[in-house]
Design a protein around this ligand. Structure first.
Ligand SMILES: Nc1ncnc2c1ncn2[C@@H]1O[C@H](COP(=O)(O)OP(=O)(O)O)[C@@H](O)[C@H]1O
Length: 281
């Protein structure tokens, strides 16, 4: 992990030097790719969790990654949140980022790696270990860099039909005071290719948040469609990257949180009660 932070912290010149080193070590790297089936067992006293969550905008990566991070006691690190925090600041980067993000485009690798390295460094100073990454890696280049600097145990790929994704993004609301996420969309769509119907009840805010709800500037229909296009173009190949390493766990969400959460725990071989008890001990 420390090596990861050192490399992520590199200036742009040493960063490009690092990339050429990565290219030289390509052969060694490809030999070390595991070929065994996906293993999801979490050893509570063993090595800490280093997981990645993949999935289209609106699929619920943040929701499930955050719940699992609480359950497993590892930080949930969402690069989208890091970008939004930077947008709120008055730094010089903020204006540059707003233009990119509000068009639904991806931020440069250099900026993302800088934000991520700062976050990891702050976490390490606080004694954090392990992580659930959400929103990173988003390109094959980012995935290759991550492979160079640390071991990823498992990559969870959350999936929903595209029509649901757009509705979910448009229904997304955030409380400007407490920061919690809600969703006012009521989803009821026929499953694709003979799959069962998908229904999701709205995740309504409590009364104290109702007057403080805001919508993300990039959650408009046109920008969501552009983000989805970019996902298929740039991020979907990341699924293939991890599939070929035997690390990809595909998970078709059966519905909202009440239906999906227990099923996700089941495929991850996690027992909620057991983890709560060991955390309390
Ligand atoms: N790993 C990344 N690489 C490039 N840009 C990123 C990355 N993570 C986040 N961003 C930027 O932040 C925006 C919001 O990210 P996120 O909240 O993860 O969005 P989404 O809901 O589309 O999955 C993205 O549209 C992109 O501009």
């Amino acid at each position: 992990m420390a090596a990861m932070i050192r490399l992520f912290r590199s200036s742009s010149s040493s960063y490009s030097r690092y990339l050429s080193t990565a290219a030289v070590s390509e052969t060694v790297k490809s030999q070390s790719y595991p070929r065994n089936p996906v293993t999801t067992n979490v050893e509570p006293k063993g090595k800490t969790v280093q997981w990645v969550f993949l999935g289209c905008p609106g699929v619920g990566k943040g929701t499930y990654a955050s719940r699992l991070s609480t359950l497993l006691g590892v930080p949930h690190i969402a690069t989208g949140d890091l970008v939004r925090d930077e947008l709120k600041s008055s730094g010089s980067l903020s204006k540059q980022l707003a233009e990119i993000v509000n068009q639904g485009k991806l931020v440069s690798d250099e900026i993302i790696l800088n934000l991520l390295s700062k976050r990891l460094e702050n976490g390490e100073a606080k004694g954090e270990a392990g992580f659930i990454l959400d929103g990173f890696p988003r390109t094959v280049r980012q995935a290759e860099i991550l492979t160079e600097v640390t071991d990823i145990d498992l990559v969870v790929n959350l999936k929903l039909p595209e029509s649901v994704l757009v509705e979910k993004c448009l229904g997304r609301r955030i409380c400007s005071e407490c920061g919690k996420n809600f969703n006012v969309a009521s989803i009821d769509v026929a499953g694709e290719n003979g799959a069962p119907r998908i229904t999701m009840a709205p995740l309504n805010p409590p009364t104290q948040c109702i007057s403080k709800l805001i919508t993300r500037a990039d959650d408009t229909e046109d920008i969501v469609k552009e983000r989805l296009r970019i996902y298929w173009d740039k991020s979907q190949p990341v699924e293939d990257f991890y599939r070929s390493q035997g690390k990809l766990l595909e998970f078709d969400l059966p519905g909202g949180i009440p239906e999906s959460w227990p099923k996700l725990l089941e495929v991850l071989n996690l027992d909620e009660q057991e983890h709560k008890l060991s955390a309390a001990a």
